[in-house]
Structures are given as C-alpha cells and as structure tokens.
Design a protein around this ligand. Structure first.
Ligand SMILES: [Zn+2]
Length: 221
C-alpha cells in the first residue's frame, strides 16, 4: 500500500498534531512515516516536535535509506521505519511514539490488558521487544521481526511502533494502546489484576471479518 506524496504529507502533519494533542509523545519525541511508492517513504525530520512539523519539513527516503528529497535531517529512528516498511509491504503508515502509561507498564513488567471493546479491536495483534538502544540496526531488526505477527510493537523502556494501511486506524491503534495501558494502571490501583475484554467479542468480530473479507468495525456492528 502507498499514498501519493501530497496525501502522505497531509496525513503525516495531521497525525503529528493529533498524537501530540493526545499526549502520546513529549517534546521532540516520536516520528512518523508513510509509504509513497514501491521503494520510498516520507518521514518526519530529526529534532522537531511532531505538532510543529510542516509538510515542507518532511524527508523522502528510499527503502535503502538514501535521502531522495528534502533538506532536513531525517529522524534518528528512520531505520526502524525503513525496516518496518520493508518487512510489511501491506502497511502505509508507521507511528513511533512514547506513550507514557504503555511505557510504564512495559518497563515495570506489568502486562497491558485490553479491557474495552475498542482496546481489543485496535490493539489485538501486539508484541514486545526487549530494550535495545534507539537508532540501532539491532532495534530496527527486532521491531521488523516482531511485526510479522503484530501491528503494535512495544519497545521496552522506550516506546512503540504502530502500523496500519490506514492513517485513521493507525491513530486509533496508538490512542487505544495508551488508553488500555491507562485503564490497566487504574485497574491495578483498584486491586484488580485480571479483568480483560470478554474473549467472545473478538471471536465474534473475527468471524464477521472472515465473512466480510475485511474490517467490519464502524459498519454498524
Ligand atoms: Zn523513540
């Protein structure tokens, strides 16, 4: 999946404002990429707050990591985005964020529980990779490997990479990851260590999706 350059740029700038507004990043943390062809991605620049990035600040990278267009320095974590897009040609958008409660629960060894229907629907395929230094090929390889069975990868003591073929779903996925972590944190404060979304919900959604041949959420279900 890929977008044309203009559509991808608009989507990235809008997502940057939304993830910053939702407190999924702090300061200049986080970065976003979108696939714009068979062998290129558009990525946010290094050192910028995501809610201050404009379309002209974005950088075009080949999937080989070469800068194809743009004057800014690409994100220091661009190699993780490149590895993700190489591993998953079906995705269009990748969000790397530092969601605070998801980071807290992962770092302290508390599993994130999917408690509501939205948590379960959007975050159902997820994985965790151990701490690896940011910007390294080791981290990029670990995340790309985990994306084989996941659309959300938690990077211990760091953040997450969330992917989708759709910008809106990517945002919902990231927002619901943090919402699930926040709900889990609050459940733990209440002394609850077991509550999760009833498994029959996802079983029902999966059978409906199998019948429909694709996502059914938001279509009156
Ligand atoms: Zn990061």
């Amino acid at each position: 999946m890929s977008l044309d350059h203009a559509t991808a740029a608009t989507a990235i700038v809008r997502l940057g404002r939304r993830v910053a507004g939702a407190d999924l990043v702090v300061g200049a943390g986080g970065n976003i990429s979108a696939r714009i062809g068979a062998d290129k991605i558009l990525v946010t620049p290094s050192g910028w707050a995501l809610d201050e990035v404009g379309e002209g600040d974005l950088v075009v990278l080949g999937l080989d990591g070469e800068v194809r267009a743009g004057t800014a320095k690409p994100s220091s974590e661009a190699n993780t985005h490149l590895a993700a897009h190489r591993a998953r040609p079906d995705i269009t958008i990748a969000l790397h964020l530092h969601p605070p409660h998801a980071n807290l629960l992962t770092a302290t060894g508390h599993g994130i529980r999917l408690i509501t229907l939205d948590h379960a629907y959007y975050v159902r395929r997820w994985a965790t990779v151990p701490y690896l230094p940011s910007g390294t090929e080791e981290l990029a390889d670990a995340v790309a490997g985990a994306l084989g069975d996941a659309d959300v990868v938690l990077m211990a003591h760091h953040g997450c990479l969330v992917v989708s073929s759709d910008a809106e779903v990517a945002f919902e996925r990231a927002a619901n990851l943090e919402a699930a972590a926040t709900a889990t944190f609050r459940a733990l404060l209440l002394g609850d260590t077991t509550t999760v979304c009833p498994p029959e919900y996802l079983e029902r959604m999966q059978s409906l999706e199998a019948e429909a041949g694709g996502p059914v959420y938001g279509k009156g279900v």
